[in-house]
Each structure stands twice: as structure tokens, then as C-alpha cells.
Design a protein. Structure first.
Ligand code: UTP
Length: 404
């Protein structure tokens, strides 16, 4: 056994990862050593109190309201369409999640949201994009981030569907990084006797992974100045929305965030607010009750702007930050080896370590909160049933006149 490996395990208290070493073939031993060498165990330092708890002074943020936008819509749209035509904006689809809540066996984007016809989530989002590219008379580049596990199926699905009629040379797939997963005491799990258990490290690494993949060359070569980052799980997502682009540029902000008025205080959306006077987002599970239920003078929620994972980031501003983000701990059911056999628990049994795109807003310094009409732009598919589910998303698609 190599000394550097033993030293690394000792430094992080992970010697148990070698417990089956004696049973492994030479090839498996090599694999395990390589996994240990590549694993970033420093994420474990976030257990038991992380930087997240140390938040500054929180106050409400002002947004450009739906009414404000309507008044200036033509102007914003004209400016945004010009930016699309000049090739200065590209989209980034975050599709590296595991979609555990939906419980679908495959990438979430392949899920059939149709009723009378086949319509995948990817397909529906590409239809939304087609409306914009038609209006602009131009295509923009789309970077698609997958996980190591779902890359093959995602690429294949796009191919099978003839890239949804989009020019293939404008679609770029890349893979996000992974982080080890552990039990609650910080002991990293094995997924096989010779494999360190890993999971996608959250959607916050989208830009660093894009750079690592080499695709930032496309951004440089094509002089792309803005990146519209969006999630796979909203079937009403408006991507590279010209008015949103125009408004963010006109506001001279380093980023823009689409927001909706929260439907009720407990709604599971991150909230855009100010932290020490700068735009920042607090995730729903980290929002103190005192702020969650606080009302303003007219009886509305004081912290009312929920984010829908649709952001416009300025590339220069991204390059000026380290993109170094705090880790969030997600309590998850994690398959692992126990007493020599593989167990697939149905209850949470440890932590996944994730950085989140919501934390990037704070790094940007300035952010335009851009309010959109919930029923027109927010139909999340998070769960199989109940709130934010396949059923609620289907209802909203139908309400918007989309044939499914
Ligand atoms: P979610 O926070 O809903 O996570 O992702 P998830 O993994 O897809 O779903 P659950 O929690 O297991 O049910 C929000 C968006 O961020 C992407 C997802 O694909 C989705 O578009 N994401 C999430 C990534 O790209 N990478 C990740 O590591 C996590």
C-alpha cells in the first residue's frame, strides 16, 4: 500500500475504506486506490457546523415587478433579442441531479410529462427554446451539465430525438464533479468493496466543471458574455427570455434572478433577499421561522420572492470570483456496503455534500430580482405526487394551452 494513500486516510480518519482490501483482486485494489486518491475528503470538514450558519444581517429585496416589466417589455425584449442575435448569450442546463424525489429510473429530463402524446421534460424545454430562437431568428449555444452517472443516457436521448431539431453543433454536454458521501459521523461509505461511494456535488459547481471540461474555450471563442443557467425540472421554464436579458443588462447588474411571489410561507423555494445589503438567497430549509412568516405593512410576506432556478450570469463577473462556495449537507438515503453486503436503504442514512448555484448570487455583488407570473413560468417537477409533482406540472402545461 502506498504511503500517500495511508497518510490521506489517516488525516481524514477514513482507514475503514480499506477493510475489504485483503479480499480484492489486483485490479480492484488499483481501482480503490485510485478512488481514494481522487476523492475530496475535505468536504467532510463541513459536518457539525459549517460556514452556512454564519449569515449576515438579512433584509427584504426589491424586485422589478410584473407590472414594471409590462410597461417596459417592448424595450427590454428588443435589447434582449439583439443580444441573442449577436451571439453574446448562451444557456446552461443543469441536469446533473439524481431526482430522488421523483423516483424515476433515468435522467429527469427523459421523464414523459405527456398524457395523450409522448413529451419528455427535455423535449418540452426545447420547445420553449424554439419559441425564442424563432423570434430571434438565431440559435444560441446550450451547455448541458450531466452527472457522471446520467451522461450516457442523456446524450443518447438527445441523439434519439434528433436533438429536438436544434443544431447539434450548438449543444455541448459536460460532466459535473462528484464528492464522497458519508454516514452521520463522517465515515465515508463504500458503494462496492472496492469503490468509494460518490454522488454529484450539487449544482453550484456548474461553472468550474464547465471550465474543467474545456468548454470555456467556446465561451471565449464566441465572445459569450452572459450565461442563462436553468434547471431541468421546470417544464414552463423560459430560457434566454429576451425581456429578462434586456432588463438585467439595462439594470447594469452582474446577474439576474427570475423570482415568483411565494404561494405560502412554507413553500419549498429559496428566497432572494439582501444579506448585509447585498443580494443573496436563503434556501427554504435554512430560512428561520421568524423571517419565513414575517409580514409587511400591507399583510404580504416580507420575504416573498422565491427563486425558480433561472439566472443570468455575466461571464466577466464569474471570472472575477473564485466561485468558491460553502457546502450544504443533504440528508439522503445512500446505497452502501454494510457487513460485506450492499444495502439500499429507503430512509436517509447520511450526508451528500453539495454546493448550490443559489450561493453564487452573493458572489456576484449585484442581482436584478425579476418577477415573473408563476402560472406562466413555474411548473416544477420535484415529486411523483402532491405539491410540485408530475400532476401539478401537467395541469399548468394544459392551463398554458400546451398539448400534452
Ligand atoms: P434538485 O435540488 O431538485 O436536486 O436540483 P435533484 O438531485 O435533481 O433532485 P432530488 O433532490 O434528488 O429529488 C435542482 C436542479 O439542479 C440540478 C438538477 O438536475 C436540477 O435541474 N442539479 C442538482 C445538478 O445539476 N447537479 C446536482 O448535483 C444537483
Amino acid at each position: 500500500m502506498k504511503n500517500d494513500i495511508l497518510q490521506k486516510l489517516e488525516n481524514y480518519g477514513q482507514e475503514h475504506l480499506l477493510q475489504y482490501y485483503g479480499e480484492l483482486t489486483a485490479e480492484e485494489r488499483e481501482q480503490l486506490i485510485s478512488d481514494i486518491r481522487n476523492a475530496d475528503f475535505s468536504v467532510l470538514e463541513n459536518i457539525g457546523g459549517s460556514a452556512l450558519k454564519k449569515r449576515g444581517t438579512i433584509s427584504p429585496v426589491n424586485a422589478v415587478s410584473v407590472e414594471d416589466i409590462q410597461k417596459k417589455c417592448a424595450e427590454y425584449e428588443r435589447a434582449g433579442l439583439e443580444i441573442i442575435r449577436s451571439g453574446k448569450v448562451a444557456a446552461v442546463l443543469l441536469a446533473g441531479g439524481q431526482g430522488t424525489r421523483l423516483g424515476f429510473d433515468g435522467p429527469k429530463g427523459c421523464y414523459n410529462i405527456g398524457i395523450n402524446k409522448k413529451l419528455s421534460i427535455f423535449g418540452q424545454q426545447m420547445n420553449n427554446i424554439a419559441e425564442v430562437t424563432k423570434q430571434a431568428g438565431a440559435y444560441f449555444h446550450i451547455f448541458i451539465m450531466t452527472s457522471a452517472a446520467n451522461r450516457g443516457q442523456t446524450v443518447e436521448f438527445f441523439k434519439e430525438n434528433n436533438y429536438f431539431g436544434y443544431p447539434e453543433n450548438k449543444l455541448h454536454f459536460y460532466v459535473q464533479e462528484q464528492a464522497p458521501v458519508s454516514d452521520y459521523s463522517g465515515k465515508v461509505y463504500l458503494s462496492e468493496k472496492h469503490r468509494v461511494a460518490l454522488a454529484p456535488n450539487g449544482n453550484g459547481g456548474w461553472y468550474l466543471s464547465l471550465i474543467k471540461s474545456g468548454l470555456s474555450k467556446v465561451i471565449e471563442k464566441e465572445n459569450i458574455e452572459w450565461l442563462n443557467v436553468y434547471s431541468v425540472d421546470n417544464v414552463l421554464q423560459r430560457i434566454c427570455d429576451p425581456a429578462f436579458i434586456g432588463a438585467t443588462v439595462a439594470a447594469n447588474c452582474n446577474c439576474g434572478a427570475k423570482v415568483v411571489k411565494k404561494a405560502y410561507p412554507e413553500e419549498k423555494v429559496g428566497v432572494l433577499c439582501l444579506e448585509d445589503g447585498k443580494p443573496a438567497i436563503i434556501e427554504y430549509y435554512e430560512m428561520p421561522d421568524a423571517l419565513k412568516y414575517e409580514r409587511d405593512g400591507s399583510g404580504g410576506l416580507k420575504y416573498c420572492y422565491g427563486v425558480i432556478l433561472n439566472y443570468l450570469f455575466n461571464v466577466k463577473a464569474l471570472n472575477e470570483t473564485s466561485c468558491s462556495l460553502p457546502y450544504h449537507l443533504a440528508d439522503k438515503a445512500l446505497a452502501h456496503i454494510k457487513d460485506g453486503v450492499k444495502v439500499v436503504p429507503d430512509k436517509p442514512c447520511g450526508y451528500k455534500f453539495e454546493t448550490l448555484v443559489v450561493d453564487m448570487v452573493k458572489l456576484m455583488g449585484t442581482c436584478l430580482a425579476y418577477e415573473v407570473v408563476r402560472e406562466k413560468e413555474f411548473a416544477p417537477v420535484k415529486n411523483a405526487e402532491g405539491a410540485d409533482s408530475v400532476q401539478t406540472a401537467r395541469e399548468l402545461l394544459i392551463k398554458n394551452g400546451i398539448e400534452i
